[in-house]
Design a protein around this ligand. Sequence first.
Ligand code: PLP
Length: 392
Amino acid sequence: QKTLTDRIDRIEVSATMAITAEALKMKAAGIDLADFGAGEPHFSTPAHIKAAAIDAIEKNFTRYTAVAGIPDVRKAVVERHAADFGTNYTPEECVFTAGGKLAIFNAVEVLINHGDEVIVPVPYWVSYKDIIEFAGGTPVFVETDEAENFKLTAAMIDAAITPKTKAIILNSPSNPSGNVIPTEEVYAIVRLAHSKGIYVLIDECYAYLSFSGPPVSGASVTEAKDHILVLGSLSKTYAMTGWRAGFALGPKKIIAAMSKLQSQSTSNTATFVQKAAVAALSGDQTCVAEMRADYIKLRDRILEGFKTIPGLTCTVPEGAFYVYPNIKAFLGKGGINTASELASRLLTEAHVVTVPAEPFGTHEHIRLSYAVSADVIDKGVQRMRDFLAKLS
Ligand code: PLP
């Protein structure tokens, strides 16, 4: 008999985590890396958020809570969303989860049956494919055109819908490309899904890291509320990746199912993290704007650096903190034939950590997270330039 289940054998270890592990080993061996691998802010969690957690611990706020979260945190989530996007969720339409990833995982587990199709625009965040396949669903990939800045339109989604389509995943700003879906297209996709009875899973992980205008949520199309599931995260917005704080907003029936699943798995998110989340969501939002302003500067710096590397081209990201340069010019040189081989050689020979394109659904790119210091950007770009120049 097989030891492991078929469903665990359907998925892979998260590719970004694999690269991070390799980089950690090299760092532990004393190697100085220019690390653009991990997708997390280089900022510390803002002081008022940390203080709220410390205060909660000191007041012994450390016991079990309601599985879906304390009333205060659910209220804080819905009020933040209402203020920023004009939505009208109630606390019963909110579940607080141990990170945005768990919100996505639980949403897919309660919505997707064997054989259901889920539309996923390419390039996509690595985990969507595995999360859908773990549930027994089939990801249906919608290709986008790099020459058009990876632009996604409602017409492209429409063309991919079949009688088996159960849901669409939207992620804007995107990991890995930093692309932002035009607001009118987001709304059109949501209306399209609603008219066809398909759910839209809106991953708002980077919603507040949008550079060219105010943050956008498809959930602002409130008449489509029955088919919208907002999957949110505090990780990037408030530099809280390790705290594991995320949430879902959606129809009561789906939220109740997600809470039921959570009641048999993680139970509530760490109690003091919920208090910290209240401080983050209800407190002064200046920290978010400050970090965003810094990301814009870092984006500009790395794009300027890339201009000094002959052969490397890159779309201009309008959000998140990733660049997704095209490395086609270097394939077939120096024994490198794939993005994975390039990323691997960059790591071992140039000591630059990047993530290759394959797990994001493309072949000719690498992803770099520029949530690092300006010094790391300068050092990393120089190392890439030297390494890539030697290839030809
Ligand atoms: N969605 C996207 C697109 C992400 O890039 C990430 C993290 O990298 C997440 C969701 C999940 O973040 P977390 O589980 O830390 O909230």
